[in-house]
Design a protein around this ligand. Structure first.
Ligand SMILES: [Zn+2]
Length: 194
């Protein structure tokens, strides 16, 4: 896996892209936490589930697109009235945030493949699709100066996420400036020349 915080950062980035208005604290907490859920499969070791490539083992069904869509559906159903937003875009956001986990794992340079298409296809895809150093630090806090995992995640995940969010925010800002300029010219039309 990539580090758990980095999964959360991608969720926050997607949240920024999704949210066109101010959202409450609960939304941002869920945006941060929902991409972490697929790794709960590591607790399978308490039930002696072996790492054998079966859907229940690590990077199995919890990392699939179907799981992301189903959990996204539940989360959107539970919260869309509270957030006072449209259901399907919220579902799309939660699903994308959860599905981003498997994509990020596939971009690491180690560990098991990801069962993206479970239950239709149990093939494990990736990893080694990208340059992110697979973590060996689990849920511990890494040493930021020396950890190659942290360095590759900052470069290949945090930086692109920040760039995309800034690009989207700048575009929205530019659009709102443009529309308010159009409105103000519409409200106060230039008087005709005498
Ligand atoms: Zn994972």
């Amino acid at each position: 896996m990539a580090t758990i915080v980095t999964h959360g950062v991608v969720g926050l980035g997607l949240g920024k892209v999704y949210a066109t208005r101010r959202m409450g604290v609960l939304f941002w907490v869920l945006a941060f936490l929902s991409p972490m859920v697929p790794d709960f499969d590591v607790f399978g070791m308490f039930w002696n589930i072996p790492y054998d490539g079966s859907p229940l083992s690590h990077r199995g069904f919890t990392h699939s697109i179907v799981f992301a869509c189903a959990l996204g559906l539940l989360m959107a159903w539970l919260t869309f009235r509270y957030f006072n937003v449209r259901f399907w875009p919220l579902w799309l956001f939660f699903s994308a945030a959860i599905a981003s986990h498997g994509v990020l794992d596939a971009l690491t340079n180690g560990g098991y493949g990801i069962a993206f298409f479970w239950p239709f296809d149990s093939t494990r895809y990736g990893p080694r699709w990208g340059p992110i150093q697979v973590t060996d630090i689990g849920f511990e806090i890494p040493d930021f100066r020396t950890s190659r995992t942290v360095h590759t995640e900052l470069l290949w995940v945090w930086l692109p996420t920040a760039l995309i969010v800034n690009l989207v925010m700048s575009y929205r800002y530019w659009k709102s400036c443009k529309s308010s300029a159009t409105r103000s010219t519409g409200a106060n039309p230039t008087p005709p020349a005498p």
